[in-house]
Design a protein around this ligand. Sequence first.
Ligand code: 5GP
Ligand code: MG
Ligand code: MG
Length: 179
Amino acid sequence: MHQDIERVLISEQELAARIAELGKQVAADYADKDPIFLGILKGVVMFFSDMIRATPIQCQIDFMAVSSYGGGTSTSGKVRMLKDVSVDLRGRHVVILEDILDSGVTLSHVCAHLREMGPASLKICTLLDKPSRRQTDVKADYVGFTIPNEFVVGYGLDYDEHYRNLPYVGILKPEVYTK
Ligand code: 5GP
Ligand code: MG
Ligand code: MG
């Protein structure tokens, strides 16, 4: 285990098993809809690549990049769009893939922006959900794991752009972000 990790919250095996289930569910719901899986960079990278391989149906993929954090461990409340979508969403079934739904500020901005593009439907699939922290009425349609209010890293999620490459979701030692 990495020296800055206090404990593993979700192991590689648990991630793989849950994503296999989620993929089956999404595949059944979207089998004939040729959906667009829209990943929100960068935190979603690992979940995205595992999730679309677990969803073996006709589909397209695209990405957006947004930033709301800067270097801290909670949202700044301001959402900056760094990269917009690059395919036409009009009339399409869009499934947003996200790493974690926390305050909901990021996804409420993203959803409002995407709705203006006239998709046929818009749903949210998040690997992690921290419902206790919600400040908006955003709800995920598919959730991998509901987790307690702790700051997690790994499997795509960062602290100050580090730890994204850990293959599990872990809890950082508090001294790492209080120093
Ligand atoms: P929200 O706008 O819902 O507060 O935050 C969403 C974004 O904040 C996530 O996509 C993620 O980038 C970041 N975030 C929220 N909670 C955590 C966490 O526990 N760990 C990490 N690394 N990022 C988080
Ligand atoms: Mg994210
Ligand atoms: Mg981050």
